[in-house]
Design a protein around this ligand. Structure first.
Ligand code: EPU
Length: 422
């Protein structure tokens, strides 16, 4: 199994990073291809592990998928009738497999669709009850059997109303996709407005769907008979972009982040500025410049446009070296401080109290051999190792490779002393 070896401390990282397409846009867009009889062409595809897992899932359902990694293109053809079973093997390794429920239900409402439930994951309990309640509001029925949910709708799907009790990202995408080919009009309240959900809405509308915003978090979807073939360029990955901004922050370097809309990172950029870093933004890039007197901060994660939970592990690592006491409150997942014990093994001082991390900034971190346990905490541990004196190793980096494209190469490009071995 591949390990990273990082020699530190790496000071003042310097250079440019080209941000890939957003994984969390790409996965629902791929699932949305199920709604089409015709071809879907996705551009700016990030060929990370999760994207290949979703490709395998689509192929197992009967789709034909061609990819060109060098051109960042994926062509999905869903001409054949789909198999209506989503196996546990594929949902257990990548939770986003549940995103196939909505489009399968929309396209085959009167058939029985059988989808494995993902259950919990490294981040804590991850339910799908609000996805299912959203399908129910369209007239679908479901029952659970041996870890699978069977969904169908005898009369077909008919638009009505649904309000999410709390914001859910894939729940929103799933219920939107289920509504696309339904009869009548479906109103959905309290939706997620993460840039990746907006990307999905834009793609569906440009392919013939009829989704209109009635307010900030309310949409109206008038069902259509079919979607025309669609081509879409995936937005840049705001989580990847912020991760590299944090390399700038922890090394107090100078990094130009390209192919990212800075508006997606408003809360995060304002936190980096509060810490004392200089940031310049252009339409599609962010320039990180070193700061002088760095200050501790308090952060609370939340649904977009608040500070993203996916960006929290990276800022956690950054704050371990900022003098003073910082507090991070995590409001989305119950178990998102998985990097903290590993960072503490490098000399960080983080204590966890319920959903808060209290961080006492240290002057220096020291190298350690670490194990990563989930996607975003991998990057957090990498950040610690970048700052720590000595040679650190990080094992189980396959977690990180689920969501970061060309991770080692991109870090090398900005001067980080990183190698890998099996
Ligand atoms: N929740 C429920 N019931 C539901 C749905 C959600 O209780 O039916 C709860 C969850 O347990 C969680 C909270 O609501 O506590 C929010 O979860 P959400 O549904 O928004 O998360 P998700 O859609 O499963 C996506 C991203 C995650 C990201 C979260 C939060 C994708 C494929 N995944 O997950 O990304 O952390 O939104 O922004 O878009 C990652 O990329 O590392 C990652 C984990």
């Amino acid at each position: 199994m591949k390990k990273f070896i990082i020699k530190g401390p790496n000071n003042a990282a310097k250079g440019e990073v080209n941000i890939s397409g957003a994984k969390n846009s790409c996965l629902p867009l791929m699932a949305a291809s199920i709604l089409f009889n015709n071809k879907v062409i996705l551009k700016n595809v990030p060929f990370v592990k999760d994207v290949y897992t979703m490709k395998d899932l689509l192929v197992s359902l009967g789709a034909n998928v061609d990819v060109s990694e060098s051109e960042k293109i994926m062509i999905i053809n869903n001409k054949k009738k789909h198999k209506l079973i989503v196996p546990y093997k594929l949902v257990s390794t990548m939770r986003a497999g549940v995103l196939t429920m909505g489009p399968l239900l929309s396209r085959y409402p009167q058939k029985k669709i059988k989808v494995a439930l993902g259950g919990g994951c490294a981040l804590g309990v991850r339910d799908t009850n609000w996805h299912l309640a959203g399908f129910k509001s369209l007239g679908a029925n479901f029952d659970l059997d041996k870890g699978y949910v069977n969904i169908s709708s005898k009369k077909g799907l008919i638009g009505s109303r649904y309000k999410f009790p709390k914001v859910t990202v894939t729940g929103t995408s799933n219920v939107i996709m289920a509504s696309i080919l339904a009869k009548g009009t479906h109103y959905i309240k309290n939706i997620s407005i993460e840039p990746e959900v907006i990307d999905l809405i834009n793609f569906l509308n440009s392919s013939g769907a009829n989704i209109k915003f009635l307010g900030k978090r309310t949409i109206k979807i008038r069902g259509v008979k079919e979607l025309i073939s669609g081509t879409h360029k995936i937005i840049g990955d705001r989580i990847e972009a912020f991760s590299y901004l944090c390399v700038g922050a922890i090394t107090n370097g100078k990094i130009l982040i390209k192919n990212i809309n800075p508006k997606f990172l408003k809360s995060e950029i304002s936190i980096l500025k509060k810490i004392g870093h200089k940031i310049e933004t252009k339409e599609n890039s962010i320039n990180f410049l070193p700061g002088k007197k760095l200050k501790n901060v308090n952060i609370k994660t939340g649904p977009y446009p608040n500070f993203a939970t996916d960006n929290m592990p990276s800022i956690l690592a950054v704050l371990t070296t900022v003098q003073g006491k910082s507090v991070i409150q995590e409001t989305i997942f119950s178990n998102r401080f998985m990097a903290a014990p590993e960072l503490n093994r490098m000399g960080a001082k983080i204590s966890i109290k319920k959903n808060k991390a209290i961080i006492i900034g240290q002057k220096k971190l020291k190298s350690a051999d670490c194990i990563s346990s989930d996607l975003r905490s991998t990057f957090s541990i990498i950040l610690g190792a970048i700052a720590a004196k000595g040679t650190s190793t990080i094992s189980r980096i396959y977690h990180g490779l689920r969501g970061y494209y060309n991770l080692e190469l991109k870090l090398k490009t900005i001067g980080i002393k990183i190698t890998s071995k099996k």
